[in-house]
Ligand binder design. Structure first.
Ligand code: DGY
Length: 331
């Protein structure tokens, strides 16, 4: 970096230590008020910036890039980067980075929280206790289903999918998975998981957990046809990205009883929810908190900051998404 610090914009509230680190290396415009920028305001704020630290609530597309002629890097504070038009960034010579690895375990924990919570109806019965509906113990009261010894089907067996699978050992579950291609045999052994076709997974699983990234190829991967192939007793967990599931089709399946339940952390058009979700007792709703623990969100923000600073130094950032943008090592 030259003596003059590069200018960067941090679009949302981050941690003090993240800002302290960034300020050592950059001239920082931050947004601790945390109001998301509207697209045009984001363009104006980015007009003379060299770097952008952004989140999944910011759309980084050709229009934004046109408003930011000096931009060299967009560092997303997330492992998913479907909010960033990567080809447009590459065409403009902008590096894109993400934050893989540091959030795997926390995100896997949240998928499990939704699985257990939905199976045992935790959010529903909590509402009933608070409303005074609980008048005493009954044998057939608010019966759930067992997670232990059930079949867990994981769609998308990357690092987070594997972390979800490993946790299933403690529940004596059978684990099956579907992925673009089978994972390495030693990873399958560690996860105690068997590769099956997508249709086999839909038909055999008691719990289906989605862990694929969102892209045009995974848009509505779960729609009416796929829901119809699931057991009526099955529970669907979506803790990856809205849009992977056709929410209207899911509402219909939950309402007509062709699916027992769903645990959701993400939605099409979030933070707006399909209004019917709010009326259904057989769905547990979380507000996109998959990676939201203190330690993990701090680690994500710091990793994004390190990616950004490395890129502005002309070094290869640790988590470069558009690898063709990798700078040549210095002689
Ligand atoms: C991610 O990293 O993609 C998460 O959804 C952000 O919390």
């Amino acid at each position: 970096m030259s003596a003059k610090k590069p200018k960067i914009l941090v679009t949302r509230e981050v941690f003090d230590e993240t800002l302290d680190y960034l300020r050592q290396h950059c001239e920082v415009t931050d947004n601790q008020g945390d109001q998301p920028y509207a697209p045009e305001a984001l363009g104006r704020a980015l007009a003379d910036c060299d770097g952008l630290m952004c989140c999944l609530t910011d759309r980084v597309d050709a229009a934004l890039l046109a408003a930011a002629p000096n931009l060299k890097v967009a560092a997303n504070i997330a492992v998913g980067y479907n909010n960033v038009d990567v080809p447009a960034c590459t065409a403009r010579g902008v590096m894109v980075t993400n934050t893989p690895g540091v959030l795997d375990d926390s995100t896997a924990d949240l998928a499990w929280a939704l699985m257990l919570g939905t199976a045992r109806r935790i959010t529903e019965v909590e509402r009933r206790v608070r409303s005074g509906e609980w008048t005493g113990w009954r044998l057939k009261q608010w019966l759930g289903i067992d997670v232990h010894h059930a079949t867990l089907g994981i769609v998308g067996m990357g690092r987070i999918g594997q972390a979800i699978a490993r946790r299933a050992a403690g529940f004596d579950m059978k684990v099956i998975y579907h992925n673009r291609k089978p994972i390495a045999p030693e990873l399958e052994r560690r996860c105690n998981a068997a590769y099956v076709s997508f249709d086999e997974l839909l038909a055999q699983s008691d719990f289906i957990v989605l862990q694929v990234p969102y892209s045009p190829a995974t848009h509505h991967l779960i729609a009416a046809a796929q829901l119809a192939k699931m057991k009526p007793s099955a529970i669907l967990i979506n803790s990856t990205r809205g849009g992977v599931v056709d929410d209207a089709a899911l509402v219909a399946a939950l309402k007509n009883g062709t699916l027992r339940g769903a645990g959701l952390d993400v939605y099409e058009n979030e933070p707006k929810l399909h209004p019917e979700f709010l009326k259904l007792d057989n769905v547990a709703l979380a507000p996109h908190i998959g990676s939201s623990t203190e330690a993990t969100r701090q680690a994500m923000a710091m990793l994004a900051a390190q990616n950004l600073v490395a890129a502005l130094r002309g070094e290869a950032p640790p988590n470069l998404v558009n690898r063709e943008m990798r700078p040549e090592p210095r002689p």
